[in-house]
Structures are given as structure tokens and as C-alpha cells.
Design a binder for this molecule. Sequence first.
Ligand code: HEC
Ligand code: HEC
Length: 154
Amino acid sequence: MKKCLTGIVALGIFVLSTSVWSAGEVMQTDNGGLTSLRGYQQISEVNKSEAMKRVPRDHSTVDRNYVQQPPVIPHTTRGYQVNLNANKCLSCHSFKNAGAMGATKISVTHFETREGTTLSDVSPRRYFCLQCHVTQADARPLVGNTFRPVDSLQ
Ligand code: HEC
Ligand code: HEC
């Protein structure tokens, strides 16, 4: 009887340990032979991240390619926080601060709601600046592009 009990306990421990082990195992997936911008990579694999691109600290403003283009950012934005409590970008680009900081003012479109009402402060849909404005780095394009600006901007 004693031997039988020990056997059951041992079996219990074995089953428990194997189930814990299999829960920790990463599930393997097959991407079906597709190559993406990440290269030929299984979804379950973590690929090596690329080296961070070097964004120039400060340079003059960049010409726009089309009329409605959000201008690209000619300075680094690393560490600039935009959250519920603070918006670092507005500390230079708001109507109030732009003059003193020598920065371009945000345009009036940034006060408009999607229904077309003009608010007295930045509209929530224009609050997260980096959704539309991006810094530039000297990087190889990921895909080819033959875009040409309209004549009036050339
Ligand atoms: C310390 C002040 C400062 C902060 C903070 C700052 N900027 Fe700027 N920004 C400038 C200055 C100065 C210029 C250049 C103006 C010029 O040279 O005419 C500029 C230029 C720009 C331009 C180009 C405007 C144009 O007409 O081409 C964009 C877009 C921009 N900033 C977006 C941002 C965003 C988004 C953030 C936050 C992530 C930010 N900036 C934070 C000072 C600042
Ligand atoms: C939904 C996209 C979007 C967001 C979010 C956004 N912008 Fe813009 N921004 C634009 C577009 C488009 C333009 C160019 C046309 C215009 O003025 O509306 C522009 C223009 C600008 C300009 C140039 C204005 C001028 O008169 O030449 C500055 C500076 C700027 N944005 C800063 C900011 C800052 C700072 C924020 C965050 C508080 C911000 N933007 C958020 C789309 C956006």
C-alpha cells in the first residue's frame, strides 16, 4: 500500500512538472513562405532589431512636397513627452510660446475639430503631434517611390 501511494505521488509530480514545462514553451508558427519587410521570418521568432538611425540635432526647415503635407521635423524629438499632463512640442510651437522660442506657430487647422468648429486651444485630434509630423534621418527607403511634387511647389 505504501509503495502504491509513493508511486501515485511520484506520477503526480511527473505529470505536473511536464505540464508546467509545456506551458512555458513558445508556440511555433509557419508564415507560409511569405517574405515581408522584416525579411523571411516566422511570426514566433524575434528578429534582430536594426541599429537606431541618427537624426540630425538641428537643421533648417525642409521644403514640402505637396500642399497638405504635414511639414517634417527638422530637429530631434528624443525625450520630448506628449501625454495627458504635458506637451513638450507646444512649449515651443503654441501661439503663446512660438515667438519667444523662434519656432513656427502651429497653424489654425490645429484648433479645428473634425466637425469644423474652431476651439480656443489645440484640438484633441491634433494633440499627438508625432502622429503626423516625423523627424528625418539619412536612411535607405524601404520601398521604391517615384513621387514628384506638383509644379507649383518645385
Ligand atoms: C525647444 C523648442 C522646440 C521644441 C520642444 C520642439 N520644437 Fe519643433 N521646431 C523648433 C524650432 C526652433 C524649429 C525651426 C523653425 C525654423 O527653423 O524656421 C522647429 C521646427 C519644427 C517643424 C517644421 C516647421 C516647418 O514649417 O517646416 C515641425 C513640424 C516641428 N518643429 C514639430 C515639432 C514637434 C512635433 C515637436 C514635439 C515632438 C517639436 N517640434 C518640439 C523648436 C522646437
Ligand atoms: C492629424 C495630423 C496632425 C497632427 C496630429 C498635428 N499636425 Fe501639425 N500639421 C499637419 C498638417 C497637415 C500641416 C500642414 C497644413 C496645415 O497647416 O494644416 C501641419 C502644419 C504644422 C506646422 C507648420 C504651420 C505653418 O503655418 O507652416 C507646425 C509648426 C505644426 N504643424 C506643428 C504641430 C504640433 C506642434 C503638433 C502637436 C501639438 C501638430 N502639429 C499636430 C498635421 C498635423
